[in-house]
Ligand binder design. Sequence first.
Ligand code: PMP
Length: 435
Amino acid sequence: APVARSPLQLVAERRRHFAPSASLAYAQPLKIVRGAGCHLYDETGRAYLDMVNNVAHVGHSHPRVVEASARQMAALNTNSRYLHDHLAGYIKRLADILPPELSVIYLVNSGSEANDLALRLAQAHTQARDVVVVDHAYHGHLSNLIDISPYKFDGPGGGGRPSHVWVAEMPDTYRGRLRDGGKDIGAGYAESVATLLMDMIGLGRKPMAFIAESIQGCGGQIPFPPGYLDAAYRHIRREGGVCIADEVQTGFGRVGTHWWAFETQGVTPDIVTMGKPMGAGHPLAAVATRPEIAAAFAGGMEYFNTFGGNPVSAAIGLAVLDIIRDERLLANARARGMQLMDGLRVLAGRHPAIGHIRGLGLFIGAEFVQDRTTLQPDAAALKTVIEGMKDAGVLLSSEGPHHNVLKVKPPMVISEQECAHFLGLLDRVLTELGR
Ligand code: PMP
């Protein structure tokens, strides 16, 4: 058995040998040794309610996922060059929950791999290179994804915007140019896409793709105003570009009403990428696209991915889909999402630090401000709240360009009691903050 080290020893060893640019959560990092449902447990057996892990979609270490994984691992794991029932069954099940147009599936191992492949598909189909992205977006850690992620290239250590990348205004109806309550805000924000396209075409170039998360995650948990994606997609398609929906954070029913968040905008993308929740912690991700785009990419070079589509990953993916169906997790996301949004609104009524509550299903943001008229962000208050909640036994984290958005995106199996417990503790911590 491995030696059990204290958290302090682990910090020291990590400092010596682990990627120095990787961060740790919390001033005093946690050593987590076990997970079950919505709870994580440290080495002393202390339980923490996990309100932020959207990878543990069906709950931490779900017994059906563990069983499917162990059973298939014991039987066979190899690449997709052999026929396998799990692979066939899984891509069929994925196609069944996607729009019928998106009938071709590629299985990969991370959200970044999925987005990288999406760009290659778009390029093969359009023969263009320019990409329109939404400000503050994050699409992954590969070189060409840092290039299309303003969150990274405009952030610490970033090299700025590459010349083939065009950044559209973030449709933030709380802080942005057009605010809540106005008419046709979605189309209004999409005008920013149209303006970029005019500039692009003026330079003799044309768009390869528009890529957007269907609700912005790193950008600050920002759902788009109605009509935004529809208008943006129309502008791009008019100029021959394809539309990519990055559902890495928002897919698999998290929004409660639909399997995919793009459906809440009434659009059908040309390419959809998915990851995080798909394997409930096992590295599993995918790209879905239209047959004609897949055909353009199939013109010569083989696509081989060592781990993509292996039978263990497929077995796990199938188990996750079964659990979502059998435990009615979309309905739960809807009900618990409403409970959390209502509860947070009540808290906002009592605690002036919360300036804005937003979200869909179990993808929620609460924005912290110093002043509700100037909207001056309050990252320090949020940091205090997150540390206070940790001491109270709840795990959370922050997001957004001003680091002042509390993100709430628990596993989809969260119960009514757990949500009530979270809201009660948050009330207490916010009251202490107010003193
Ligand atoms: N797209 C989005 C919207 C993401 O949030 C992330 C990860 N945070 C990625 C892509 C990249 O996924 P991965 O870390 O699995 O490569």
